[in-house]
Design a protein around this ligand. Structure first.
Ligand code: KIV
Ligand code: ZN
Length: 522
């Protein structure tokens, strides 16, 4: 059996399902291009039928990125057709269809009698749906992946039957997801080993694994699955994904690389691109990487105690099992400033993995100049934060013209905002609040006649030092939906105002999409 493990990156699909993550089309394209540099084998670009924005992002990625592009779809004809429409321009399209296979899922999702009265009848319906969906997908492209959702909790005999059926229908990859992150490594390894024994046509497909991290076992389970014959691992950058996330790409890949003494398996990942990719994904999604996160956390290569530092100076192997260099952690901090010029900025952004047109660069450069007026030294993390500013690529419906805040220990915080609203001109309003940020939010609400609920709100500093840039991340609720917003500034109150306006712009765009959605045949 081949020793190579195929890396199927699902940052843009399962990763984007992380609570609070939301990526626009430009950000998805940037990440996909960076994943290409990282040399992943497959990019799962999204779930095209779920929204016109998802469809567009998958389509742009399929057009511009030259690796296998997978599109997810339920086991329904309309889903499958839309998924293929989104990836039809790719040189290497893959349709990824899935059915629920555990009794929990079957009884929950197919409870209606039209799927059968008994569990046995419902299982038969799911078996037929799985066959039909793979066979239908095969009419569009040869590369078809089938996933048995909640395989980790599916009765083994039935799982084997459904996998054999999917392969008979033409599936070239069969995925065995531990959807709820429930299994222990020995148990999951046994499932893969048993499928290899019980499924008569298993040699006609690649076995894939997709592990969730609810018990913190996603990477361990993926490693054991590979030991037992799986040859594709589905994972995400920084381990983001539904709930506690998915297996982390960087952890899985570096585990194989570091322990070559116990495994013959390898991947084609260009590990020196790991750090840049992690930073880009964190910057665009707003999901902060915990400092003690393996491989990509800020402390992953920091040696704090005297004993450790002394040992490291004598011989790096004392406490270091892999080098920071091997995952692309830069040796020195590159600092830019006002005098770095447009060329200096362009070169550094390209080194950090970003792609942009000359027209984009003009906008980025102007923001960079504003920043370097406020802050003498501009670090890589400042540039990454700048690249996540949506106003660079998307038209703003609401724009913050100015903001004045009055506060202090003995005064009632008061804010005045002036907003530019597309189509209605400028509106200025003032309000008080419990603190300066609350006063700003109240003034915006008053100006726009809103009564929005803020679900979450965080501020962090992007770099260190007293003139560090602050990044505000928040989520607002509007009806059934939430919208995330992000703002950056050397002034955290201004960053918060920008984040709020960014979330309101997202909400506005979503309303526009909803109107056009009715017209799009999906
Ligand atoms: O976790 C899961 O089961 C999934 C499937 C759609 C592959 O994400
Ligand atoms: Zn998943």
């Amino acid at each position: 059996m081949e020793d190579k493990v195929i890396i199927f990156d699902t940052t843009l699909r399962d990763g984007e399902q992380s609570p609070g993550a939301s990526l626009n089309v430009f950000e998805k394209l940037e990440i996909a291009k960076q994943l290409e540099k990282l040399n992943v084998d497959v990019i799962e670009a999204g779930f095209p039928i779920s929204s016109p924005e998802q469809f567009e992002a998958v389509q742009r990625i399929a057009d511009e990125v030259n690796v296998t592009i997978a599109a997810l779809c339920r086991a329904k004809e309309k889903d499958i057709k839309v998924a293929f429409d989104a990836i039809r321009n790719s040189d290497k399209p893959r349709i990824h269809t899935f059915s629920s296979t555990s009794d929990f899922h079957i009884l929950g999702k197919f409870g209606d009698d039209r799927y059968g009265k008994t569990l046995e009848e419902k299982r038969k319906t799911v078996l037929k749906m799985s066959y039909d969906s793979v066979a239908y997908a095969k009419t569009f492209c040869n590369d078809v992946e089938f996933s048995a959702e909640d395989a980790g909790r599916t009765e083994l005999g039935y799982l084997a039957e459904i996998i054999e059926t999917a392969i008979n229908a033409g599936a070239t990859t069969v995925n065995i997801p531990d959807t709820t992150g429930y299994t222990f490594p020995h148990e999951y390894g046994m499932i893969i080993a048993e499928l290899r024994k019980r499924v008569s046509n298993i040699d006609k497909a690649i076995i894939s694994v997709h592990c969730h991290n609810d018990l913190g076992l996603a990477v361990a389970n993926s490693l054991v699955a590979v030991e037992n014959g799986a040859r594709q691992v589905e994972c995400t950058i920084n381990g983001i994904g539904e709930r506690a996330g998915n297996a982390s790409l960087e952890e899985f890949v570096m585990a194989l690389n570091t322990r070559k003494d116990i495994t013959k398996n390898y991947t084609n990942i260009n590990t020196r691109e790991i750090y840049n990719t992690s930073k880009m994904v964190s910057g665009f999604t707003g999901i902060i990487v915990q400092p003690n996160k393996a491989i990509v956390g800020e402390n992953a290569f920091a040696h704090e105690s005297g004993i450790h530092q002394d040992g490291m100076l004598k011989n790096r192997n004392t406490y270091e099992i892999m080098t920071p260099d091997s995952v692309g952690v830069p040796k020195t901090k590159i600092v830019l400033g006002r005098h770095s010029g447009r060329h200096g900025l362009k070169a550094r952004l390209e080194e950090l993995g970003y792609n942009f047109t000359e027209e984009d660069l003009t906008k980025i450069y102007s923001k960079f100049i504003d920043l370097s007026d406020k802050k003498k030294e501009v670090f890589d993390d400042d540039l990454r934060a700048l690249m996540g500013d949506e106003s660079l690529v998307l038209k703003e419906y609401y724009h913050l013209e100015y903001l004045h805040v009055h506060g202090g220990t003995d005064t009632i915080p008061t804010a005045t905002v002036k907003l530019h609203v597309n189509g209605s001109g400028e509106i200025a309003e003032s309000a008080t609040g419990d603190g300066p940020v609350d006063a700003v939010f109240n003034a915006i609400d008053r100006a726009l006649n809103l009564d929005t609920t803020i679900e979450s709100y965080h501020v962090r500093s992007v770099t260190s030092g007293r003139n560090a840039m602050g990044e505000a991340l928040l989520r607002i609720r509007s009806g059934q939906k939430s919208f995330s917003g992000r703002g950056i500034s050397t002034d955290v109150v201004e960053a918060s105002a920008k984040a709020y306006i960014n979330a309101l712009n997202q909400e506005y765009r979503s309303k526009l999409k909803k109107q056009s959605e009715e017209k799009i045949e999906v």
